[in-house]
Design a protein around this ligand. Structure first.
Ligand SMILES: Nc1ncnc2c1ncn2[C@@H]1O[C@H](COP(=O)(O)OP(=O)(O)OP(=O)(O)O)[C@@H](O)[C@H]1O
Ligand SMILES: [Mg+2]
Length: 358
């Protein structure tokens, strides 16, 4: 089973990597959802919406390699969940007209597993290593050599009699994906000739993602409904596509099948996703911070007790987006509500130096 990495998120990591709830606005996805996503994945670079810089750079790398008839440099894709790393890896293979071999850091338990994968690669193939920051150290070391010298040392025998037989590999391209580029050891990072960092999408880009997806799902989506869904999608195509599917359900069951603005609003109200893309837990955290603790500072544990959740859930699931949005701040003395949090709850922003609740 795949682990989507919810619980190795550190407090300073703002990748919204939570997976602990079944909320509609978490950026991570489970297996059934990943299957639903497959149908919506862009297949070619020119279908890939947004990320103009990465797209331009990557298209140069790929075109140049195609022109030379050689495998391109290894590519590292980093960025928060749901922004298109896996999609880009598939596109890279498609653009090169080659096949994609898929594995992941956690799937490789021993260096030998990686050696087996590497030695079965064919010339020009793309090897996609998802969650590459989670590779075990011995596998990582084997990978350095393979990436740099296209060689893998196969160990035969055991103990003192063991010897390493170098096996040369045909040229291939590693595409690594990580939500935590900072955790990648420098020697591994240095083996990538190109690093693309994916950032959150602007609302108009998400609208284009939605229009494209609605076309593929064959559902009529109005422009203002697309804008409404986009603005609640936290800059993340995965969330946009997920909300689209839920709005489609609503339109089919309670509406007339048409995805217009009232349908989008009604559906998102049912699913408790508000105008800023906050869900119930997010709002509960804001509410506790502002109403119960006068805006803070309040410690994480106290805050978690107030909303009836584990501290870890509050910290890794709710907080990253609240911090990213400038609703909540972290201080050495605890969490504080920032002015937009009060405004979002329809409360008066307290004057600096005191609180309304003194
Ligand atoms: N630029 C884009 N244009 C259109 N659709 C996109 C784009 N980026 C992502 N998507 C859609 O969003 C969904 C999630 O993308 P993807 O699986 O590539 O994310 P990821 O970065 O690999 O996430 P994770 O870190 O969880 O593995 C896919 O269904 C894909 O179709
Ligand atoms: Mg992925």
């Amino acid at each position: 089973m795949r682990d989507v990495g919810a619980f190795d998120a550190l407090p300073e990591d703002l990748t919204d990597a939570g997976g602990g709830t079944d909320s509609l606005v978490r950026a991570t996805a489970d297996e059934p959802e990943r299957a639903a996503e497959a149908a919506l994945r862009p297949r070619r670079l020119d279908e890939f919406v947004g990320q103009r810089v990465v797209r331009d750079q990557l298209s140069l790398v790929l075109e140049a390699a195609l022109g030379r008839g050689r495998a391109p440099d290894h590519v590292l894709l980093s960025g928060p969940p749901g922004l298109g790393k896996t999609t880009l890896a598939m596109i890279i293979a498609a653009e090169l007209g080659t096949s994609l071999r898929v594995t992941s850091g956690p799937a490789i338990q021993h260096a030998g597993d990686l050696a087996a994968v590497l030695s079965s690669l064919e010339e020009g193939e793309v090897l996609f290593i998802d969650e590459i920051h989670r590779l075990a150290r011995p596998a990582e070391e084997l990978l350095y050599v393979a990436m740099e010298d296209f060689r893998v040392d196969v160990v035969v025998g055991k103990g003192a009699g063991a010897s390493a037989i170098p096996l040369s590999l045909p040229p291939f391209t590693v595409v690594g994906a990580t939500t935590r580029a900072g955790l990648l050891p420098a020697p591994l990072r240095d083996r990538f000739g190109f690093t693309g960092h994916l950032d959150f999408y602007a609302d108009d880009e998400l609208e284009r993602v939605l229009v494209r997806s609605a076309g593929l799902l064959d559902v009529p989506l109005d422009a203002d409904a697309a804008a409404e869904i986009a603005s609640r999608s936290r800059g993340t195509p995965r969330i946009a596509n997920r909300l689209l599917r839920r709005v489609r359900d609503w339109a089919q069951v309670r509406g007339d099948g048409h995805l217009h603005l009232p349908a989008a609003r009604a559906a998102l109200e049912v699913y408790e996703v508000d105008q800023r893309g906050l869900d119930r837990l997010d709002r509960a955290v804001l509410d506790a911070l502002c109403r119960r603790f006068g805006g803070g500072p309040v410690g994480l544990t106290t805050l978690a007790v107030a909303v009836g959740e584990e501290p870890e859930t509050v910290e890794t699931v709710a907080e990253p987006f609240l911090v990213r949005e400038g609703l909540v701040g972290r201080t050495p003395r605890g969490r504080v509500a920032l002015a937009p949090a009060w405004e979002h709850l329809g409360l008066e922003v307290p004057l600096p130096g005191g609180t309304l609740f003194d």
